[in-house]
Design a protein around this ligand. Structure first.
Ligand SMILES: Cc1ncc(C[n+]2csc(CCOP(=O)(O)OP(=O)(O)O)c2C)c(N)n1
Ligand SMILES: [Mg+2]
Length: 273
């Protein structure tokens, strides 16, 4: 930055130093890049860069360790919560977070996710739900909506053939080991601010040692959905949000009023319009 041009008192925004200079490989318009940025900003604002360990998944965010300037571990597909458990238990004073997609967290890693949450591991989990296996070419994920087209459901997800979509976030909220469970998005500036606040809370909660904090980010996958970024965001608002409602689900260990279990026991499956 040229200090002759930008005076410190006039600076309103600068890139967080918790992101490296590496150019991200994410598709333009994808939510992963924005989610990385807000996680990094939270780490900087909390002043915990030297005390944070991230655990990267398999999926589009497999290279997360290249983008965050904090210590990182790479987990086998789906195993991030198990690895994060070990890191946190051996180093209880570190801030430990996982970062995973829906195929990683809600398909191959379902067992690790549920058991880490049920054990009440004192970690932060960030879950980017784009309704699809983005990295491998857009196959159906557990979170793919009924009727939604994917590489393996070219005519749309069919309940008889492919079963129901899974709302793992709501399931986790019912477990006694979760302390904070929320669902956010990063497709507008206002949504980014709310998601960042939630991620900050999820990191701060580690100081309280009261259980697991879980932040789902509903994201588009414009390449996998075969849409432009603008179309994908609109499709996400119209189809993903009614099925994956944005907002807090469990705060300070208590289900948010009005959430109840009715959301889990839905009579109609999660369906596109
Ligand atoms: C054991 C194993 N099975 C399958 C794969 C192939 N694979 C790599 S990424 C991926 C899906 C990732 O999807 P998701 O977690 O939703 O992340 P996204 O790319 O959508 O962000 C799969 C199935 C693998 N690498 N290892
Ligand atoms: Mg995905």
């Amino acid at each position: 930055m040229n200090s002759d041009i930008v005076k410190p008192e006039n600076l309103v925004y600068s890139r967080t130093k918790v992101l490296t200079d590496a150019t991200m490989h994410y598709c333009p318009g994808c939510g992963h890049g924005t989610t990385h940025r807000i996680v990094a900003e939270v780490i900087e604002e909390l002043g915990i860069q030297d005390q944070t360990v991230g655990v990267a998944p398999v999926g589009c965010s497999v290279l997360a360790y290249n983008y965050f300037d904090v210590d990182f571990q790479e987990a086998a597909h789906g195993r991030a919560p198990a690895l994060a458990t070990a890191v946190k238990r051996l180093n209880p004073n570190l801030f430990v977070f996982t970062y995973q997609g829906d195929g990683d967290l809600a398909a191959i890693g379902t067992a690790e996710t549920i058991h880490a949450a049920n054990r009440g591991e004192n970690i932060t989990m960030v879950f980017v739900n784009n309704g699809i296996y983005g990295m491998t070419g857009g196959q159906m994920a557990p979170t793919t909506l009924v009727g939604m087209k994917s590489a393996t459901t070219p005519y749309g997800r069919n309940v008889e053939l492919n079963g129901y979509p899974l709302r793992l976030t709501e399931i986790l909220a019912t477990l006694p080991g979760t302390y904070f469970v929320t669902r956010q998005s990063v497709h507008t500036p206002a949504a980014v601010r709310k998601a960042k606040k939630a991620i900050k809370q999820a990191f701060e909660n580690q100081k309280l040692k009261k259980g697991l904090s879980f932040v789902e980010i509903v994201s588009n996958c414009n390449s996998g959905w075969k849409m432009t970024p603008v179309q994908a965001n609109k499709w996400m608002e119209e189809n993903m949000f009614p099925n994956y409602p944005i907002g807090d689900i469990k705060v300070e260990g208590k289900l948010v009023e009005g959430i109840g279990l009715d959301r889990l026991v839905v009579s109609s499956p999660l369906t596109i319009k």
